[in-house]
Design a protein around this ligand. Structure first.
Ligand code: PBG
Length: 323
């Protein structure tokens, strides 16, 4: 049937009709909000490259998590910035380290908020790499043991989900085994399964103080040119026991999100990363785009591509756009 019988504009005529034929739904429950935790008290240190985002001390973090939870955001993702960094990133698996204390405090005040912890070395190592350095290289197998210890420390502190983001081979299996041995058999793993070596992480590295001090992350994170390889990464992580998988970044990888969600039956999440957030703000500040509408459109595209949930710094603002 063609024009004039078919008129596509019929179903676009009123807000009510448009709402009824909307294919893609988002709501506050679709979003996970990331937070950066720093030592100290009553601290709120704005991240200059991420408008509205700040490093928070634990007391302020607990307050902010409460605000988000009341808005309907079901989960937060926590990144810890330690008081001191060293070659082994030892505060990352310290049971009284920054992230362990933060998790315990947040869960105490907001037991129903799902607390996810990022499991990685880069915020904790003085060299800023996501693993341990041996002979100038990130040593895969030596790193696994520390990641596993870190995950167990987060679990003991009360984390609901642990999320390894380091991209070492075999980390999901190592973490699963360590969690099981410590009797956390029911604690899920959210794997940053397809994580690309992306320039879109730039502002995050200011927020998390985690820029590599030499070299780059190309020997462990994925080449942005590769989509088939992403499917192998996801399959391996599921095979090792990942309960949920993530594609990261989101916007330049919508094809990967689509392929992963078509092919696998686990929940697929996408990380709308720092650079994707900051560039919207930068252009909006210049008056070049309507930042809110552009961001809402981006989030819809990520959902439309097949992401079940979206980790995003727009989470709170988006609650207003998609309530
Ligand atoms: C840690 C980690 C990074 C991000 C999340 N976890 C940075 C990196 O790999 O350099 C980036 C998140 C963002 O840009 O918002 N490995």
């Amino acid at each position: 049937m063609t024009f004039p019988v078919t008129r596509m504009r019929r179903l676009r005529a009123t807000p009510g009709l448009r709402k009824l034929v909307r294919e893609t739904d988002l709501s506050p429950a679709s979003f996970i909000e990331p937070f950066f935790v720093v030592p100290g008290e009553n601290r709120r240190e704005p991240v200059s490259s991420m408008p509205g985002v700040a490093q928070l001390s634990i007391d302020r973090l607990v307050e902010e998590c409460g605000v988000s939870f009341r808005m309907g955001i079901p989960a937060v993702l926590l990144f810890g910035i330690p008081a001191t960094k060293d070659a082994l990133g030892s505060e990352s698996y310290d049971e009284s380290g920054i992230i362990a204390r933060a998790v315990t405090a947040v869960k105490e005040s907001h037991p129903d908020l799902v607390v996810i912890t990022d499991v990685c070395m880069c915020e904790y190592t003085d060299h800023g790499h996501c693993g341990i350095i041996k002979e100038g290289r990130v040593d895969n197998d030596a790193t696994l043991e520390l990641l596993a210890r870190q995950a167990v420390a987060h679990a003991r502190a009360g984390a609901d989900i642990v999320a390894p983001s380091d991209m070492m081979d075999g980390r999901v299996a190592a973490i699963r085994a360590a969690l099981d041995e410590a009797h956390f058999t029911d604690l899920p793993i959210l794997s940053y399964a397809a994580k690309f070596a992306s320039a879109f992480y730039g502002p995050f590295r200011e927020a998390a103080e985690s820029a590599p001090q030499f070299g780059d992350r190309l020997s462990y994170q994925m080449d942005p040119a590769n989509a088939r390889e992403a499917l192998r990464e996801v399959a391996l992580d599921i095979g090792e026991g990942a309960d949920l998988v993530m594609v990261k970044p989101a916007l330049s990888y919508l094809d990967v999100i689509r392929a992963v969600s078509d092919r696998f039956d686990v929940p697929v999440w996408a990380y709308n990363v720092s650079g994707e957030f900051s560039m919207v703000h930068a252009a909006a500040e210049r008056g070049w785009i309507d930042g809110d509408r552009v961001a809402a459109e981006m989030l819809l595209s990520i959902r439309r591509a097949g992401a079940d949930r979206i980790i995003t710094y727009f989470a709170r603002a988006a609650c207003g756009w998609f309530s």
